[in-house]
Each structure stands twice: as structure tokens, then as C-alpha cells.
Design a protein around this ligand. Structure first.
Ligand code: ZN
Ligand code: ZN
Length: 362
């Protein structure tokens, strides 16, 4: 993927903040800033040093060959480090006479301490510099996310067909994961959640060996990964036939989700979109039951900026990809959540999730 605009955005930030160099160490951010596909993994073994005139990527032997193959025509210099990465970065920063170094606030304390103690200049936290750039997607990124959303839709249909009284959550979760992998997902961004009955009252429940009871709501939350980019999708179905209580809570959640979707567009404060959905549930006496935010950004990671909750400071912009996922959770009874993935556009949002939303009884 073309990393040049990303580099330009970071250099703009360097100038704005009067920082001489920016050190990127978060593995996902390293992959993003360079734009190199399939080189880095989740190990914090590589780093990027960005200055107004140079861009250097440091790595070790394990990644050297793959990295050099992609870096040759990119403008990035590659430094293969045999010893500790911190030491080499400090040497280079000192040799270049760089005064102020920005580091990510997620940098481990030990590394921050080392850099602070060994550099003559100042080290400061450059909070969310890369994450903010990441939050707005290019057409190429949107295509990858849409492809991941399509795989999620298919896996959801497969999972829903398996829900039945007497089946365990774990059985369905395993089938969903196998289906995702067979269909081409690059691993899974998170283990699928299948939560029935009382377990569905826990938004991040782990699938258990408990058998689904007749009439219980079952929350299925899953995602796929394509070209490095994630999707995220939730549906709630009923094992057997829904009773009045399930129908009522499902209708309330769906109304909140539709109101949330209608509120999402470029220029809207993320917290205002959250408030619109929250109000729908509040009017039905369910404010307390909706204990998390309306949604979150999705991209290289399944949870990234912008966050869309009551305390969010972000303003939605065209090109952002967010989930819209209100839920109601009643301890000991269960829960309902409906989650779609959307691309924010001027004047509205485009649904990337296509899974049906009528209450399915299996
Ligand atoms: Zn989800
Ligand atoms: Zn989500």
C-alpha cells in the first residue's frame, strides 16, 4: 500500500508540534506508516524514525529480507539491528543532532526511560499521532474492510444456522472460526463470541460448554481479516421461539441501532451519535442496560479511533469506518446487541454489513 501520504501527514505534525523526529514503535503503526504489506507481525521488533528529511525503519534479521524487498523503491532506509534497538536509535538520533524526539505514549516504560536517559535532547509523548491518521481510510483500505465485512456476513449466516436449543456456545463458535478461515480470513481479529441466555448479559462473554436453552437470546459477535484489515459484526438470534420479552428488547435495540445509523455522518460529533441511540433506549427505561459506547473505529485493529461514546472528543469524518452497536444487557436474563460496520460519508454513512436484521428464530 502507498505509505507516502501517511509519511507526509506525520511530517506535517512534526512541523506543527515543533518536534524534530518521531519514533514509531507500536507494531501495527509500524506496518501502517511504512505501508508495507505482510512484513511485520505483532512482535515489537521493529521501529520507524521519521524526520523532515529522512525515514528509517529498524528491524532485526527475522524481518530483514521481506522488509528490504518492499523498501527498495519506497524511499525508506532499512537498518538491520543485531543488538538492542534502543541503543541504535539513540546513536542515530544523537548523530543527526536531533533535539526533540516524539515517542508514542504506548511505548513501554522501560524503553521510554532508556531513551530519556540516553538522549541529550528532550523526549516527549506524541499521543495518537499515527492513530489519528489511521482513523481516516483510503479507497484501498475501504475495499479491504468491505471484503472483510462480506466474509463476516457469510460466517454469520453459517453460525446462525447452527443455533439450536441443546447446542453449546463453544460448538457454534468453533464452527464459525473454521468457516472464517476456510473462506479466506487471515486468522480472526478476535475469537468469535457466542453467548446464550445469562451469558449474553456479558458483552465480552467467552463461549462456554453450556447448552442453549429454548427461547434464549444468543449474541453472536465475529469478525474477519482481509489484506490486514478487520471487520466486526454482531447479530442476536433466538434458540427456538422468542417470547414477548425478547421481542420487546430486540425491537428497542434495533430502533436504537437505526437511530444511531441515521445519525452517523461527516461533521457529527461522535458523542452526539452515541446520544441519539442512547436516547431511544432511555425512553424505554433501558438507559442503565446500555453500558458501553455506541461504537468504535475499525481498521488494521478491530478497536481503533474514533471511539463513539458519551465521552468521545472525535468528530466523525468522511473515510472513517465505525461500528454502530447498541446493546441491552440484563443480568441473569441475557442481552441483545446489533452491530453493523459502516463507512462515514458526507451526509450519511454507507453500510458495509449486509447480514439481515429481522429477529431470527432457529
Ligand atoms: Zn463486535
Ligand atoms: Zn464492535
Amino acid at each position: 500500500m502507498n505509505g507516502a501520504p501517511r509519511l507526509a501527514a506525520l511530517r506535517g505534525r512534526l512541523a506543527e508540534e515543533k518536534v524534530d523526529a518521531f519514533l514509531v514503535t507500536d507494531p501495527v503503526n509500524v506496518a501502517y506508516v511504512t505501508g508495507f504489506d505482510g512484513v511485520f507481525d505483532s512482535e515489537p521488533a521493529s521501529a520507524c524514525l521519521v524526520t523532515p528529511g529522512a525515514a528509517t525503519v529498524y528491524t532485526d534479521f527475522r524481518y530483514a529480507e521481506a522488509l528490504k524487498a518492499q523498501a527498495s523503491s519506497s524511499g525508506w532506509s532499512v537498518v538491520v539491528v543485531a543488538g538492542p534497538l534502543n541503543v541504535r536509535v539513540c546513536e542515530d538520533v544523537a548523530a543527526a543532532g536531533l533535539g526533540v524526539l516524539g515517542v508514542e505514549s504506548s511505548v513501554p516504560y522501560g524503553r521510554f526511560k532508556y531513551l530519556s536517559e540516553h538522549l541529550e535532547g528532550r523526549v516527549l509523548a506524541a499521543d495518537e499521532w499515527v492513530e489519528r491518521v489511521r482513523s481516516v481510510k483510503t479507497a484501498d483500505e475501504l475495499e479491504r474492510i468491505a471484503a472483510a465485512a462480506e466474509l463476516a456476513d457469510e460466517a454469520m449466516a453459517h453460525g446462525i444456522a447452527l443455533v439450536a436449543p441443546g447446542r453449546t456456545e463453544r460448538e457454534v463458535a468453533i464452527e464459525i472460526e473454521v468457516h472464517l478461515l476456510r473462506a479466506g480470513s487471515e486468522g480472526v481479529p478476535f475469537p468469535p463470541i457466542v453467548a446464550a441466555g445469562p451469558n449474553a448479559a456479558r458483552p465480552h462473554a467467552r463461549p462456554s460448554d453450556r447448552r442453549m436453552g429454548r427461547g434464549e437470546p444468543v449474541i453472536i459477535d465475529l469478525g474477519a481479516r482481509v489484506g490486514g484489515y478487520c471487520s466486526d459484526l454482531t447479530r442476536t438470534v433466538v434458540a427456538g421461539t422468542a417470547d414477548g420479552r425478547v421481542r420487546e428488547l430486540y425491537a428497542a435495540t434495533l430502533a436504537a441501532q437505526e437511530a444511531g445509523l441515521a445519525a452517523v455522518r461527516a461533521g457529527v460529533a461522535a458523542k452526539d451519535a452515541d446520544a441519539v441511540a442512547r436516547e431511544v433506549l432511555g425512553a424505554r427505561g433501558l438507559a442503565e442496560a446500555f453500558g458501553h459506547g455506541l461504537g468504535h473505529g475499525v481498521g488494521l485493529e478491530v478497536h481503533e479511533l474514533p471511539s463513539m461514546g458519551a465521552r468521545s472528543r472525535e468528530v466523525l469524518a468522511a473515510g472513517m469506518v465505525v461500528t454502530v452497536e447498541p446493546g441491552v444487557y440484563l443480568p441473569a436474563w441475557g442481552g441483545v446487541r446489533i452491530e453493523d460496520l459502516v463507512a462515514v460519508e458526507e451526509g450519511g454513512c454507507r453500510l458495509l454489513s449486509r447480514a439481515p436484521k429481522e429477529l431470527a428464530e432457529t
